[in-house]
Design a binder for this molecule. Sequence first.
Ligand code: FAD
Length: 416
Amino acid sequence: MRGSQVRGVVVIGAGHAGVETAVSLRSGGYSGPVTVVGAERHLPYQRPPLSKEMLADAGDPDELTLRSGDFFRDQRITLCHGTAVDIDRAGRQVHVVGSRPVDYDHVVLATGAVPRRLELPGRSLRGVAELRSLDDAIALRASLAGARRVVVLGGGFIGMEVASAARKRGVEVAVLELGDRLLKRAVSPPVSEAVAAYHRAEGVQLFFGEHATELVGSAGHVVGVRTGSGRVLRADVVVLGVGATAVDDLARRAGLDTDGGVVVDRWLATSDPRITAIGDCAVVCDPAGGTRQRLESIQNATDQGRYAAARILGEQRPFHALPWFWSNQGALRLQLVGVAGDVDKLVVRGSEGRFSVFCLRGGRLCAVESVNDPGSHMAARRLLERGTPNEAELLAVDFDVRVLARRARTRENAVA
Ligand SMILES: Cc1cc2nc3c(=O)[nH]c(=O)nc-3n(C[C@H](O)[C@H](O)[C@H](O)COP(=O)(O)OP(=O)(O)OC[C@H]3O[C@@H](n4cnc5c(N)ncnc54)[C@H](O)[C@@H]3O)c2cc1C
């Protein structure tokens, strides 16, 4: 009686979100088959170091592995190397290139994101790089080893992390940013200014309000970037770092709702209740609250992976987690927590090189952005996990959130 057999869970995508789902299924007591389908040839690995430690000569790919091959075997998690090309929803099977179809009771889509494609003349010249995968990082590191001058297109997190890693190698770096400040989509102006000041002091040239119109080549290799203002910046490596787009083609082919990512509800369910989508590929839509959110962070990927497993195991509550993110750029350590959105007040506390920005909306703390200020940041995170302190509470301690966090802990201990 095939219909009554446990077919298991198929996780598509062996990144942070997918692996967390599989591991959490087992730790939560799921005993059916668990298969993780991954298109990359490596064991699942950590992505953040790709734009940081891995670009230095000593960066070791083996240190990035999320879990060993033995771990997956011991946990009876089948790693299936290949690209999933079709979800047969009627037959409840996933089709993977080079493998037999895999049966499922439930599919978890964790297909991540890919670099936003920049259509530019000269795009396919040698020396033009993108950065998403371990193979990309290995190739970029090899290019940087022989490079004298790098131009980074895009002043976002990955662009600035690469700029920093390249400077550390002694390579000249210029960054072209179309907007008027760095990290504009993610942080407030005081943080953008601090990041720009840090990189300038490190010798990075920053060009704002500038875009590339052409990658100039010679003998098949990039030699420069022509900009909208007619400048040509010399370059032997050009890094395209202009954001990422969700991988939702498989979902679209399967007839699921997509809209700049795989559309899911507050339970992370797609338009097919047997299919959940998580991590960078998922857009969480809440029609009641009028919100729509696609996050690209390790916290989001792992929290959603853990939640997807819990929901398969019977969790009834909708997904909820406090978003947080970090970026290390040389000696600069940025930490963000909360959702800033339309902020109506910013309060900055700290000194020039070490401060936090408190973002207030409707008189309540909604997000905190910290530059080299991990103590305050962790206190702010603990507070935001418990609720959203109001401005009067914060003013009473002159925004020293460590005092508030300590008080909250003392109160909780007293109650316990
Ligand atoms: C260079 C870099 C640096 C970063 N640094 C930070 C940082 O400092 N802090 C932070 O919080 N976040 C950082 N991020 C973001 C973070 O890595 C992502 O948010 C996170 O990896 C998302 O996890 P995911 O599992 O959703 O997707 P991914 O990690 O992208 O994994 C998705 C996987 O699915 C595979 N896949 C896609 N389609 C298929 C298919 N059809 N069949 C089989 N496999 C498929 C892909 O090949 C990929 O391996 C960084 C990202 C990059 C690229």
